[in-house]
Design a protein around this ligand. Structure first.
Ligand code: NAP
Ligand code: MN
Length: 279
């Protein structure tokens, strides 16, 4: 029986006009890319890597993260699907051997689309420099540029704790099986619009104390990280990393935007978790 939920929407056959392919770049992924390209263009779909209706990622979850960041400013008009050319992926859940069935579904059958929550990161700076907003599909980590991260953690504008340690990780539900899992965070079903905060090696003793447990925040509960003395931070957004100076605060929340995946067959989240981690 297929999973029924409000986060799944139907897209009829023929709605898709344009596609793009994001590719890991190894010889096998390249060959598969060419095969998909030839089949779809022969079926009169148009290759358009500027404004694609569908982005096909050929590689691993990392390739899908790249695809997401390439098209993160046009998520409304774009759906994603992942083909894995390594081990089973969370975002890349079609095998190379299933590509012809995938092409057939794209061309002739239409598909369901499923929407997953994203993380919104808003960095405010001193001296009235305009704030910068970012989206993450897996997670954002906050670290000091060198040494210990010292920062206050606020929830909905109220101080929650003073953090000292290596860093803080804010993850999405679909990112909960990535870095977050390595930090002993919970695995969250993507139908729950939420963000999870996990600690990276916090210092806990008689002087410094943090809650220690991962926190799961619902939509509209914003969490802010506030500098204590050092205002420079290293932020990672999925596979990308950047340094931010003169930071006033960094705010994390469930994003208004969502990522839409084209789903041509049911592959329930918990089955993906089992197949990846239990076998
Ligand atoms: P990478 O070093 O290849 O990624 C590490 C592994 O995480 C890869 O096996 C990747 O799968 C897998 N992965 C990515 N997203 C996942 C998800 N949502 N659920 C389960 N596994 C996932 O680098 P990358 O491919 O560019 O991925 C970047 C991600 O690596 C970051 O977003 C972060 O989550 C993760 N990471 C984890 C740790 C840790 O656990 N200690 C440390 C740093 C980064 P593929 O091989 O299919 O790409
Ligand atoms: Mn990777």
């Amino acid at each position: 029986m297929s999973e029924k939920s409000t986060y799944i929407k139907d897209v009829p056959a023929g709605r898709l006009k344009t596609f793009a392919i994001e590719n890991r770049g190894d010889a096998f992924s390249d060959a598969l890319r060419k095969h998909i390209f030839d089949q779809l263009t022969a079926s009169k779909l148009i290759y358009d890597d500027i404004q694609p209706d569908l982005v096909i990622s050929v590689g691993g979850d990392g390739t899908l993260l790249q695809a997401f960041h390439r098209y993160s400013d046009q998520l409304n008009g774009t759906a994603f699907v992942g083909v894995h050319t390594g081990h089973l992926g969370f975002y890349a859940d079609w095998t190379a051997g299933e590509v012809d069935a995938l092409v057939h579904s794209i061309v002739s059958e239409g598909f369901n689309s499923v929407e997953y929550p994203l993380l919104c990161v808003s960095v405010s700076y001193m001296d009235e420099k305009p704030p910068k907003n970012f989206l993450a599909l897996n997670e954002c980590t906050v670290r000091s540029v060198e040494g210990l991260l010292v920062a206050d953690v606020m929830i909905k504008g109220e101080k929650f704790e003073s953090f000292r340690g290596d860093g803080l990780c804010f993850s999405t539900p679909t990112g909960s099986t990535a870095y977050n899992k390595g930090l002993s965070g919970a695995i969250i079903h993507p139908s729950l619009p939420s963000i999870q905060l996990t600690e990276i090696a916090s210092i806990n003793n008689r002087v410094y104390r943090t809650v220690g447990s991962p926190l799961i925040l619902p939509e509209h509960h914003h969490c802010q990280v506030m500098p204590v003395t050092d205002r420079s931070f290293t932020l990672s957004l999925d596979h990308l990393s950047s340094i931010h100076d003169e930071v006033q605060q960094i705010e994390f929340s469930v994003a208004k935007e969502k990522i839409r995946f084209a789903r041509f067959r049911p592959f329930p989240f918990w089955r993906r978790v089992r197949d990846s981690f239990i076998g």
